[in-house]
Design a protein around this ligand. Sequence first.
Ligand code: FAD
Ligand code: AMP
Length: 476
Amino acid sequence: MAEQYDAIVIGAGPAGYVAAIRCAQLGLKTACVDRWLSDSNKPSPGGTCLNVGCIPSKALLESSALYANVKQGIAKHGIIVPSVEIDISVMMARKDKVVNELSQGIGALFQSNGIAFYSGRGKLLLDKRVEINEFNKKEKQIVSADNVILAPGSSPIDLKAAPLDDDLIVDSSGALAFSEVPGRLGIIGAGVIGLELGSLWRRLGSEVILLEAQDKFLPIADDQVARETHKQFSAQGLDIRLNSRVVVCEAKNNQVHIDYEDANGTQHETVDKLIVAVGRRPNTNDLCAEEAGLTLDEWGIIHVDAQCMTNLPGVYAIGDAVHGPMLAHKGSEEGVMVAEIIAGHSAQVNYDTIPNIIYTDPEIAWIGKTEQQLKSTGVEYRAGNFPFSASGRAKASGETAGMVKVLADAETDRILGVHMIGSHCSELISQVGIAMEFGASSEDICMTMFAHPTLSEAFHEAALAVGGRAIHLLKK
Ligand code: FAD
Ligand code: AMP
């Protein structure tokens, strides 16, 4: 007889593994199937995020930031380092170790929570049965469950104009495994992933050219932040070419020849490596048998309601394969919500307080509405800005680039959005999340005591600036 579970999760990325753990914590008999294998062919739960996304990119961003700091940053502190070298193989080995340890940690979490883990492919069949093709077994098996959670994640979108060749033209995964620093590096797509990868390799010494089809830089961010970011990145030497659509690429004689179109016609560029970072698509090919009748949209995104229920009763979908931003923490929160619902509790994800972060230097982070969104929907608001150049702690650290902006409802004073650009903003933004989750007004932040000297004081001062009473800003 087929093994029967209360819940079976397909996919062990940050959406799926978190859902599985929460299901098990709630007393449900839970299984999880995941197909990711490491380079050494071992099961590697953790999905894109852990294997080729959030974690390896941040491990390398950290290494590259250290290198850039030692090379350029610390001389102004009076610390002289006569020569600095990079050993990319050590850098990559450290990144791989971080990934392996965390992935093994998920395995241990599964074990300690009594979750049955299958390393292989899962496919949803009719009536909440799941076909599992385990890598270490010849025969496929079928298990069934009262509830199925689909968390298959996403993969990089291919660009016909730039076919990958695993060496010169690579996707984001390939760009996290270069064996040497490319002299001249092209990146197609100046979105979040393109910018993070561009920053990483620029810090290690590459000359970076970003080709972006849209004429607006970072349209998802607040306009003021996007403008400031563009200015900072250009000053650092990132060559960002907007309105530049790549039409054809050819890898020849160890170089990549790119043709792209801009306002002046067809242009030509030659680089040593090319990264294609033009977005991601859901992994819903072959996830579900035709007769099961799962509804997908034209992009392959699984159709779900606000509780992540699909059109099939008892079948849920979460993470990158459903609507909303493709972010690990968004998927994890959906995983927790679905587990709670399956266990009979009520739960909801607050999609209005999702933190967005771009881990460049300076970092960009925001939660909530941008100024242009408020304008276009006719919401009356008041804005308060505070530059890090006026922060004592930022000055002491020598990291004065950027600012914090608070947008509050003109009538209720409730915070509608906070936008940051600067050092450590990826950490600073969490206090904004807490405030917004509790429905804070800008006055609530004004009345809160912030420790001195900290970068967090910039959030306090920006909230004070909403009412024109920032202490450390010159009076206009
Ligand atoms: P995934 O992490 O993609 O996991 C899905 C898993 O399901 C995979 O292991 C896949 O192999 C498996 N699977 C799919 N189909 C099947 C099947 N049929 N059977 C069995 N297993 C299956 N997000 C952030 O929030 N912060 C960041 O800093 C960040 N940085 C990123 C950097 C890069 C370079 C990239 C590429 C992405 C980054 N992301 C970041 C995005 C983040 O990785 C994704 O949003 C997140 O991984 C989505 O989680 P998920 O669980 O939905 O899917
Ligand atoms: P994101 O979806 O945030 O990862 O960003 C991907 C970016 O790639 C988008 O801003 C797209 O405009 C851009 N893009 C897609 N196709 C091309 C292309 N052929 N040439 C240049 N940029 C592209």
